[in-house]
Design a protein around this ligand. Sequence first.
Ligand code: ADP
Ligand code: MG
Length: 462
Amino acid sequence: MTNEELWQATLAEIEVSLSRATFITWFKKTAIQSSNSGHVIISVPNGFAKEWLENKFNSHILKALRNIQPDIKSISCVIDATKETEKPIRREVMMDAIIAPPKQPARNQTYAEATPIDLENNLNPKYTFENFVVGSNNELARAACFAVSQNLGRIYNPLFLYGGVGLGKTHLAQSIGNELLKTDPGFRIKYITSERFTANLVDALQNQKINEFKAYYQKIDILIIDDIQFISGKEKTQEEFFHIFNFLYQLNKQIVLTSDRPPKEIQILEDRLRSRFEGGMIADVSKPDLETRIAILKKKAVAEHIPIDDNALLFIATNIKNNIRELEGALNRLAVLAQLGNINEITKTFAEAQLSELISSGKKKGVTYKHIFKAVALFYDTTLDELVAKNRKKEIIRPRQIAMYLMRSELDCSFPGIGEKMGGRDHTTAIHAYEKITKDLEKDQKLKEELTAIQEQIYKIV
Ligand code: ADP
Ligand code: MG
C-alpha cells in the first residue's frame, strides 16, 4: 500500500466519524509525507492545521490509521507551505461541499440544539425567564421584566434596563417577548438593536417611506430596542426617534430599552429624550456573585448536555467573573474541545489546561483587530489584502463576516469602526455581518468549531 493509498483509506475512515464540515475544515490539503518504523508524518498546509491535527485529532487519526496498519504507533505533522498552492487532495469532496453544503446536521450535534430565530420578531427562543438564573445582581431587573410581560404597556413604560456588557440585558428583554408568545402566539413583538433600528429609520426617511415605517411599528404590541446608547450623538436620529417614541407611547405600546449605562450617563442625548427614558422604570443588572455564576454554568451545562464535573464548573466560575457571555464562552469552548478530543467528562484539569491562556493573559489583553485579521486569514487560507478588498468574491464573504463578528464580540468595536477597518465598508455591512454570524452560530456546529479555533489562534498570537 502506498502512502497515498493509506492516507485515502484513513481519510475515508475519519470522515465517517466526524461531521462532514469538521472533516473538510481540518483535513483538506493533508497527505502522508513519510511513514517509518511506526511513525507517520503528515504534511499539512499551515501551523494552524498542525496544531489541531496533532492535539485535538491525534487519537482520531491514530485509531483510523491503526485500523488499516496496526503497527503504526505515532504521528506528527509538518507544515508544507507548497500545499497552499497545490491541488488539494479529495477535491471532489471539497468542491461539492462548497457548492452544496451538507444537508444533514453534524453527527455530533448534541451540545447545541438548533434554535431558529424568528425573522419577524427577531426573538431568540432560548432567551426565556425559565432559562434565566436569578441572583441578587439581577433580581430587580428580572422582576420588572416579568411584571411588564404581565401588564403590557400599563405599569412600566418605558422599561429601561442597563448594565455592563454580557450581564443578561438582551436575555431579559427578549424573555418578555417569549413569555408573551406563550400566552398568545399572536402577540406582535419586535426586538431590534438600536443600530438596526436607526439604519432602517434613515432608510425610510431617505426613501420617503417614513409613513410605512410608522405604520409597521404602529401594528406591534411591544418594541424592544437593544443598546440604545448607540444613538448618542446622532441628532437627526434622535429627533426622529423622539417622534416615534411618543407616537408609540401614546398608543400604549410597550417600549423596552436596554443600555450599557443609565439614561443620565448617555452622552449627547437630547434632554427631552432623556427624560422620556427616565419616565418609566429603570432597573439595572450588575455582576453576578460566585454562587450565581456557578448556577448559570450548571444550568447551561445541563440544558446543552455538556458533561462537566463540579470542580471544573467551580474553576470556570472562580476565574471568569465579569461577564456572563465570557463565562458561557469558556464553557462552550470546553464543550467543543472535549467533543473533538473524545473526552467523556470535562474535569478541572482539562479546563485548566484548555483555558489557561484565556485566563492568565486576561481575555482582551493586547488583542487588536490585526490579530483577528491574521487568525481569520490564516484559517481560511486567504490574505489580509483579500479580507479588506472591495470585491465580492464568494469565498471571501464568510471570512469577512467572521472577522467583523470577532471585532465586535472580542473587542467591542463600534460598527462604523469595524466598517472602516474592513477597507472602508459601510457600517450597515458590519451590522449585517454581526447579525448573520450571530444567527448562524445558533444552529451551525461547524461554525462554532471554526470560531473556537480562530479565537484560540487569536489569543495565541498575542
Ligand atoms: P448583555 O445584553 O447584557 O450584553 P446578554 O443578555 O447577551 O448580555 O447575556 C450574555 C449571555 O449570558 C447570554 O447568552 C445570556 O443567555 C447569558 N446570561 C446572562 N445572564 C444570565 C442569567 N442570569 N442566567 C442565565 N443566562 C444568562
Ligand atoms: Mg445585549
